[in-house]
Design a binder for this molecule. Sequence first.
Ligand code: AMO
Length: 438
Amino acid sequence: MKRIYSTDVMELEEGEKCKVAGWLQEVKNLGGIAFFKVRDRKGVFQVVLVKKEIGEEFSELVDIPRESVVEIEGKIQHTDQTELGYEILPTSVKVDSTAGKPLPLGVIDKVDADMDTRFDNRFMDLRKEEKMAIFQVRNLLLRGIRDFFHKEGFIEVNTPKIVAAGAEGGATLFDVDYYGTDAYLAQSPQLFKQMLMGAGLERVYEIAPAYRAEDFDTVRHTSEFISLDFEMSFIESSDDVMDMTSYMIEHSLKYLLKNGSDLLDKLGAEVRVPEHPIKKITHHECIEILEDLGKDWEDEKKVDTEGEKMLGEYVEENYDSDFFFITEFPTHLKKNTFYAMRKDYDPSITTYFDLEYKGQELVSGGQREHRYDVLIAQMDELGLDPDDFESYIKTFKYGMPPHGGIGLGLDRFVQQLLDLENIREAILFPRDTSRLSP
Ligand code: AMO
């Protein structure tokens, strides 16, 4: 008999035969009758064991340890005794795998264990309905994003993660011993995306891990995260890149609302789709707003973590939106990005922007410098040796269109979307300064 899910059982007629399988979540033994609650990835179903009918085997069955994997064949019985409205009367119970005792982590406990215990036993933690739902939402978000890029004529690419030079400055590079040569884990596909513009692909995107040796732990940084990047050619300005970014956010959130409203309800998440165009505030204006709001700076005036939060609340109150762009970042604040195009009327300002979501940076991007001579001059200014970036630089010598793109932290997107306190909740097996296993 073909196995069906807990949700399919509801559709069956009284007395109809079925086969279900899952994890034995709970056993309630009342003496002459016992109840199993069995969970599969879609929900929970109830099995009723009547001692008189089962006979000797009854005592063995009610002793099966919780969280063992069982396969049950039986008949449907409609009932108003349970919330579900139906239960299964078993004709056979097969134990595929017996769970050890005690469990390293409770699955239906009301109170969560501490984070370390949970992540040490992540396979068990993910059995919890509300934890699994996070990754079902993440999956739908990704499907919405891929759907958008496909519609817009972008192709999905994969670039190397073992690289010879960093794209985001030396401080957060992980070293790799590459057959005796120094190499690094890629911080961003940035330089490769640009080379693909030189290759004439015109519209590309990548969804892949990026690595940063962040030397402290925060609730929004991990050492490995999924970077969603796109790059597009023949743009007129960074406005084209911002437009594409906001359409992508809009499309993916609408896709999620359309296909995952049950999951969002389960997680108590209210998703607000941004109205196009998303509000743009220059970095300079941000500083003025923060000054009006009474922010104190210890040293340089810039939008720091506290400033982001204050601006997030300001935009929420005044523009009723979770999103806004900070545009025209001063050149010295984007010091690692030698590839950023600067404003022609004022080279102390870049065409670079961040997209903020609920008071936290979600995206960075802008228009790139595509003119070879200017690019070399910008590298010189930052003390970078063009020889270290030889294969990248070469691309600019033989025909490079005007282009731009972004990087979006997917884990942060899920974190902010679902109001998760810690980015690690949005990652199956997070990597940080103290975690390398599992
Ligand atoms: P940036 O360094 O701002 O830009 O990174 C882009 C986005 O990636 C996310 N992010 C992180 N998420 C989790 N943990 C981290 N340690 C971490 N670091 C970054 C953030 C951030 O906004 N090359 C540019 C992109 C471009 O211009 O195309 C870049 O990587 O959400």
